[in-house]
Design a binder for this molecule. Structure first.
Ligand SMILES: Nc1ncnc2c1ncn2[C@@H]1O[C@H](COP(=O)(O)OP(=O)(O)OP(=O)(O)O)[C@@H](O)[C@H]1O
Length: 583
């Protein structure tokens, strides 16, 4: 119940639809119980007592009731569905918004397939209970209560005999629920994992094909698929035993009814029509009781789904936004004071006591071995991760005091591989600045050296890109990303290995484009090649998360440290250098 209570804010505002649906249900159930009563009257009064003149009246009443029942069923069903779909619409929106707010710490451990199945299958599972399961539960309770009342009215002893089977049925239902709930949770989990497998396989299709691992991938998929199959079969096994058992108990009850009821008719304590009515009524109790298992099943499924949805909604937002007065444009001076970062769940520090100043408009070069902390340094600046100690300032103000969106809008990224969406080139360029005009988009593309090749594509700026920019070369994607950064016009620019994935000719074009975008901005160049950052105002050489050396290119070339060694490897006799050990 806790799960439903926590999710109440999403469905309770629409309760009036549910209440109207339940109101219609009252008519449906009431009229259903009239059937056996009509049967009893027809047998006892019309047939046995010979009151044939009643037939037209009984038929007319019956027809009217059926008409009302049809209309009531329509409203019950339609309004119930309306209630469910309205509720999960808000729920889906809240989940999606939360996913946009969650920090990288969450995504580091989450798998896309699992999130996808939460947003689709689990949301739908929850909706089904809201739309159908809950009112089915009410229908069952109503039907049992009304049927029992009619039974007690006809014959108290016979009603008591009928009820004798109920405790057994209830025990079976509850024992069943205890087993089936964990089983359904397993199914959902297994389904999420299956989704993850497919999603990762499709995203990594390049790697799979180039390493000829198709068979291995099929094998891995089959393992997951088999796990899903087995979990499903195990659950079906629990499920399949339920109905026969319930029906058996029900039939024992019917035999008792036949024996005792028949006896009461022969002694004259019960009329024949009443006994016949009892036979219908008893199935109005047994049928819903059996269905009770199905409703419990729905409830279990939706509870399991609800728990999974809550796991997103209740996820800690560790990066707290401080909505502040939005200053216009930032100038872009950056200062780090004694910044130390350890990623969640890691033991080693990614950054250790980093201190430096980058006045507005200057360029900082970051170089060092892989894993030395270059990217991490920029992650702290954008607040993708929070440092455990120390402070980062932009324009003299701690980064936590900025509105996150404002801070990040002022920091532009060009990554080694920038993500392109499967929309038009134009929309991709304007992604960070959707209000940009056509001429601004063209201007930024020209400055990014991208205009020419864009015009060569079939529909120019309106050409649709494939998923992740399929159909463009690495260098072309990169220049679109640069055009995107120019259009955002950030005060701080981060170029993370922006030219490492392209050939020399393209690198030259990209360097020209970058020069254009760097002017007047504080720029961080992360690079492995010295040629990319030798003009920086200050170069920070990182080693194991610490600044091992700092200075200008010329200064670092003569101090005999790491930078000089990298330079020598890249520009002098590589083999000779590699033979000597580093100092
Ligand atoms: N999201 C993360 N979660 C946990 N550890 C991380 C995460 N990102 C980076 N690390 C670890 O932090 C350290 C620094 O990584 P970082 O990406 O900053 O290095 P880098 O110098 O940019 O490397 P490269 O040149 O390969 O891009 C590495 O040991 C890395 O494994």
């Amino acid at each position: 119940m806790e799960t439903f209570k926590k999710l109440k804010q999403f469905y309770w505002p629409y309760k009036s639809w549910l209440l109207w649906s339940l109101f219609a249900l009252l008519f449906v159930t009431g009229i259903t119980v009239v059937y056996p009563i009509v049967l009893q009257v027809t047998i006892d009064k019309v047939i046995i007592d010979g009151q044939y003149s009643w037939i037209p009246y009984i038929s007319a009443i019956f027809l009217v009731l059926m008409g009302i029942k049809a209309v009531a069923t329509y409203f019950h069903q339609y309004l119930g569905d309306y209630f469910g779909i309205k509720a999960v619409y808000t729920l889906r929106e809240a989940l999606y918004k939360k996913l946009q707010r969650l920090s990288f710490r969450y995504y580091d451990n989450a798998s896309t397939g699992d999130i996808m199945s939460k947003l689709t299958a689990d949301v739908d599972g929850f909706r089904f209970f809201l739309s159908f399961g809950f009112s089915e539960f009410i229908r069952i309770v109503l039907l049992i209560t009304v049927s029992l009342s009619v039974m007690f009215y006809y014959s108290v002893p016979l009603a008591l005999v009928t009820m004798a089977a109920m405790p057994f049925l209830i025990v079976v239902v509850f024992r069943f629920d205890r087993r089936v709930h964990p089983a359904f949770r397993k199914i959902r989990k297994s389904y999420g994992k299956l989704n993850t497998r497919v999603q990762e396989n499709i995203s990594g299709m390049n790697t799979v094909k180039s390493l000829s691992r198709e068979d291995f991938e099929v094998e891995r998929f089959l393992n997951r698929s088999d796990h899903y199959r087995q979990t499903y079969i195990a659950t079906s096994n629990i499920w399949a035993k339920f109905f026969p058992l319930m029906e058996f108990i029900g039939n024992v009850c019917v035999v008792a009814l036949l024996a005792f009821g028949g006896y009461l008719v022969t002694t004259g304590e019960l009329q024949l029509g009443e006994l016949v009515a009892f036979f219908s009524l008893v199935w109005y109790i047994l049928g819903p009781l059996m269905n009770f298992g199905f409703v419990i099943n729905l409830f279990s499924q939706s509870k399991a789904s609800g728990e999974r949805l809550l796991s997103i909604l209740e996820e800690d937002e560790d990066i707290i936004n401080a909505p502040s007065a939005k200053e216009n444009k930032l100038k872009g001076s950056v200062s780090f004071r004694d910044v130390t970062l350890t990623y969640p769940g890691e033991e080693e520090r990614a950054l250790s006591h980093i201190t430096f100043d980058a006045p507005a408009g200057t360029t900082v070069g970051l170089i060092g071995a892989t894993g030395s902390g270059k990217t991490s340094l920029t992650q702290v600046l954008t607040r993708f991760y929070e440092p455990e100690s120390g402070q980062v300032y932009v324009d003299g103000k701690p980064v936590e005091e900025y509105d996150l969106q404002q801070l990040r809008r002022n920091i532009g990224f060009v990554l080694q591989e920038s993500f392109l969406f499967s929309t038009t080139i134009k929309e991709n360029i304007a992604y960070g600045n959707p209000l940009a005009t056509e001429s601004e988009i063209i201007d930024s593309s020209k400055r990014a050296q991208a205009h020419e090749f864009i015009m060569d594509t079939p529909y120019g700026y309106d050409t649709l890109l494939g998923e992740r920019g399929m159909g463009l070369s690495g260098g072309q994607k990169q220049r679109i990303a640069i055009a995107r950064a120019i259009l955002v016009d950030p005060a701080v620019l981060i170029l993370d290995d922006a030219t490492s994935a392209v050939d020399m000719d393209t690198e030259f074009k990209i360097q020209m484009a970058l020069k254009e975008v760097m002017s007047g901005r504080t720029t961080f160049i992360i690079a492995h090649r010295i040629s990319s950052l030798k003009h920086a105002d200050e170069i920070l050489v990182l080693e194991n998360g610490e600044i091992a050396e700092r200075g200008k290119h010329e200064e670092l070339l003569t101090n005999g440290g790491i930078y000089q060694r990298i330079y020598d490897i890249q520009y002098k006799d590589k083999e000779k250098i590699m033979k000597t050990s580093p100092r």
